[in-house]
Design a protein. Structure first.
Length: 288
């Protein structure tokens, strides 16, 4: 019983930290709704993959507890099942690069349509047919706004906000200038801009390839370490000291330190997006 209480305390401490992190996230909550309904709504908002990973982690934690008698494994299992794939994944950089490639393709297509002598608004409507899937929702909204008699400049500003990328701001700003001045040569400008976006995509791919190397190293170190610990778990002698009260506290601290290093590594390899120069956030940054 004396060994069980410290282990339970360490597990509750880790669960409390996770609860604080989840609790500070902003989520729309109806204050009038009963507590059980709010909890059920939060659970329903969790995607299916996360629930599966948490369930697999819980089963793994129970198995580890049955072998090692580490009570903390029951709590840390679901946390590891959900958290490790996030920490060791490539993140959203690949999605961003694919969107930029789609933006390049759409810009070239729009330039090609403009060469036949149609106006900018009509060219944008015609470009919807060949818009890439990655940015089709944004192009669809842009066309819908133009058909709803929005001003061209206002519709293009909203288009840039939906793209939410510095390169997207450059494309939107170029189209806004073209809509304001109505001069010749917009097609050639868009062709040059598409080439610039292609160069940006190439540079981002090279940077992402370099960032992927430490993530792959950390992934393999984690897999090998977990495999070694699993093999040692069947020996009995090596992990026996960690079944005590002090051992449960130490294993929790070791795992927390390892997760902290993974978080630091992910932040270092993630990089920061280029600041936008259009939109509400850019105006707020300029005022501050």
């Amino acid at each position: 019983m004396t060994a069980l209480l410290p282990a339970l305390g360490g597990a509750l401490l880790v669960a409390g930290v996770i609860g604080v992190v989840v609790g500070v996230r902003r989520v729309p909550v109806d204050d009038a709704a009963p507590r059980r309904r709010r909890l059920a709504a939060r659970f329903a908002a969790v995607d299916r993959q996360t629930k599966i990973l948490a369930g697999v982690g819980l089963v793994g934690g129970i198995v580890v507890y049955a072998i090692t008698h580490w009570l903390v494994a029951i709590v840390l299992g679901p946390i590891a099942g959900v958290g490790l794939p996030v920490l060791l994944s490539a993140g959203s950089s690949g999605h961003v690069i694919r969107r930029l490639e789609a933006l390049e393709e759409w810009t070239r297509s729009l330039a090609g349509v403009l060469t036949v002598g149609v106006g900018l608004e009509e060219a944008i409507r015609m470009s919807l047919r060949s818009a890439p899937e990655e940015i089709r929702p944004e192009v669809t909204n842009l066309v819908a706004r133009l058909r709803a008699r929005w001003g061209t400049v206002a519709a293009l500003r909203a288009f840039g906000d939906e793209l939410d990328d510095a390169t997207g701001d450059v494309v939107a700003a170029t189209l806004i200038l073209g809509a304001s001045r109505r001069g010749a040569g917009l097609a050639s400008v868009l062709e040059s801009l598409a080439q610039s976006v292609a160069d940006d995509v190439r540079a981002r791919r090279e940077i992402e390839a370099e960032r992927a190397k430490p993530r792959a190293t950390a992934r393999w170190v984690t897999i090998i370490t977990a495999g070694v610990l699993l093999v040692l778990a069947f020996t009995g002698d090596y992990i026996a000291p960690y079944s005590s009260a002090l051992g449960q506290v130490l294993i929790t601290a070791y795992l927390a330190a390892y997760v902290g290093l993974l978080v630091m590594m992910r932040r270092m390899s993630k990089g920061e997006a280029l600041p936008r120069f259009m939109g509400e956030r850019a105006r707020e940054g300029a005022r501050s």
